[in-house]
Design a binder for this molecule. Structure first.
Ligand code: NAP
Ligand code: MG
Length: 401
């Protein structure tokens, strides 16, 4: 059989620990036998990040801007323990943070639905995609622990000398204050990424804040979304038969629970942090979540939502058998290959991605799965496979489709 040819390279960001092991297995078993894989390879494994003073992460983000599509393996975000374990020169920043900042992107996370793994919310028959704004608010806050009585003020000093001053509170005793911010530029990027992704995936877009209480801060988010929708997207949405819908956050939460899913829920930074964990748990677990970073200029970076599965890696190093679920990492590859195929007009690549995803789902639905999946599946007699056997079972299903 002739292998599928690619025209533009995919930016490949290799990573760490167990997911790095899975990465190679996926390439060997599921990709290179069928595709003449063309990638611009960047090794984001912690050792190489340390050797290059993290330049490799910056280079991989630049390559993503150049080529338009990347696929990323999970990577270690160093902490004190990792400093020692890997003899690091510095506590390098989270690669995801660096890439997100370079691409100015919004992260979209969606569950992979499989028969036999029933969401806790029974009416959720379609995936709910969470779009989380990844800049500002409480994540870039300034806080003061107020020691005693006194007046707290909010002051803005313009470069032109104008001054805006508001009293926050006249304290009679000890308390707390917090200053948070966001920028119109970042909110605009977030809004555009959401509207583009909704059009791309033909799903309705929901957005919610607390604008009745936060009449300037949250209201600004609502206004920017509405203005961009009215001037740039309304016609495109109507043509695609999809809807943009704004409501209050508490109303949104109630509606989400009653819904059947199948839409994108755009969330402010904190709401997205909290709601994505709730949604992921309700659908199954993190190992069945896809994640894609979309920039306002239309650049895509696909990854799995889970980490490097450190505990399994240590077992693997000791020569023990592991049963790590590779589905989210495979879907990162299929997402990237499909997008590459769409951009370059290579129908075979799009078909390959669709078929490989169907093979993953069918393999689990046929009762062949990893240990973690067997724990959440209603399948009565699951066959539990090790990491490599699972990938090989997916290959066998793929060949038979
Ligand atoms: P993790 O790698 O997501 O794993 C946490 C636990 O969840 C695992 O020990 C395992 O449970 C289960 N799990 C996660 N993915 C699984 C899979 N594919 N198959 C089977 N079980 C799976 O999170 P972590 O242990 O907190 O973090 C490890 C490293 O990953 C850290 O260094 C962190 O910095 C990094 N990280 C990277 C990313 C990213 O690059 N996107 C995201 C998050 C974390 P059991 O051990 O009980 O089987
Ligand atoms: Mg969280």
């Amino acid at each position: 059989m002739e292998k599928i040819k690619m025209t533009t390279p995919l930016v490949e960001m290799d990573g760490d620990e167990m997911t790095r092991i899975l990465w190679q297995m996926i390439k060997d078993e599921l990709l290179t036998p069928y595709i003449d894989l063309k990638t611009a390879y960047y090794d984001l494994g912690l050792e190489h990040r340390n050797e290059t003073d993290d330049q490799v992460t910056i280079d991989s983000a630049e390559a993503t801007k150049k080529y338009g599509v990347a696929v990323k393996c999970a990577t270690i975000t160093p902490n004190a323990a990792r400093m020692e374990e890997y003899h690091l020169k510095e506590m390098w920043k989270s690669p995801n943070g660096t890439i997100r900042a370079a691409l100015d992107g919004t992260v979209f996370r969606a569950p992979i639905l499989i028969k036999g793994i029933t969401p806790y919310v029974h009416n959720w028959s379609k995936p709910i995609t969470i779009a989380r704004h990844a800049y500002g608010d409480v994540y870039k806050n300034v806080e003061i622990k107020v020691p005693g009585a006194g007046k707290a003020e909010l002051v803005f000093k313009g470069e032109d000398g104008t001054e805006i001053r508001e009293t926050i509170h006249e304290f009679k005793g000890p308390g707390i204050i917090q200053g948070i911010h966001n920028t119109d530029e970042s909110i605009t990027s977030f809004a555009k990424a959401c509207f583009n992704y909704a059009l791309d995936t033909k799903q309705d877009l929901w957005f919610a804040t607390k604008d009745t209480i936060s009449k300037k801060y949250d209201h600004n988010f609502k206004d920017i979304f509405q203005e961009i929708y009215d001037t740039q997207y309304r016609e495109k949405f109507e043509a695609a038969g999809i809807e943009y819908f704004y409501t209050l956050i508490d109303d949104a939460v109630a509606r989400v629970i009653r819904s059947e899913g199948g839409f994108i829920w755009a969330c402010k930074n904190y709401d997205g942090d909290v709601m994505s964990d709730m949604v992921a748990t309700a659908y199954g677990d993190l190992s069945m979540m896809t994640s894609v970073l979309v920039s306002p200029s239309g650049v895509y970076e696909y990854e799995a939502a889970h980490g490097t599965v450190q505990r399994h890696y240590y077992k693997h190093l000791k020569g023990e058998e592991t049963s790590t679920n590779s589905i989210a990492t495979i879907f990162a590859w299929t997402g990237a290959l499909r997008k590459r195929g769409e951009l370059d007009g290579i129908g075979e690549l799009v078909e390959f991605a669709d078929k490989l995803e169907r093979a993953c789902i069918k393999t689990v639905e046929d009762g062949k799965m990893t240990k973690s999946l067997s724990l959440i599946s209603t399948c009565e007699h699951p066959v539990i496979l090790n990491s490599l056997e699972f990938i090989q079972a997916i290959r066998a299903t793929f060949e038979a489709l």
